[in-house]
Design a protein around this ligand. Sequence first.
Ligand SMILES: [Zn+2]
Length: 191
Amino acid sequence: MVYRLIRVREPITRLARVALALEFASTVRHDGHGGLADDLATPEGLAAWAGVPADESLRRRAVELRWAVRSLFAHATRAHERTDTPHLMDVERALEIVNGAAARVPRAARLEWGEQPTLRYVDSADEGDRLLAGLATAAIEFLAGAARADLRACPAPRCIRYFVKAHPRQEWCKPSCGNRARVSRHYHRGR
Ligand SMILES: [Zn+2]
């Protein structure tokens, strides 16, 4: 294989992968009015979120990948029907998209020997493919790893976030969701 355009990438840590996968899934959320707010709604939005130049074609691919990842999250957590459910796809299709994005950037380990031997990863992809491959790989490694067992779909009314439990009794993605759920329960009981 010929690496025409060589880029250097650092291996990322397990924690960073979990954070990246969750952050990517969280680029869409409830808008407070029964709809969805999407950080990736425009190429500019994607560019701002990812820190790389983006056009409409990359944006479409990123959004498709994001819904594929969220479909796998929904599958892993057996999430109930939520505002984003109409965007979800079946597991086979989601796997195809996630695996396809990861496979578009074959990378090679490269040994550099300065003061001491150092491992670097190199590839010959463009920035867009590399972005999607990095996100897909983070999702794959997260879903195939031990942290998946603590992945939860926040059960608060209207919330569509996923989170990894930081402690055994954590029920909500954030305290405000817990408060909203308590108020809602109280309201329904009161009627
Ligand atoms: Zn929540």
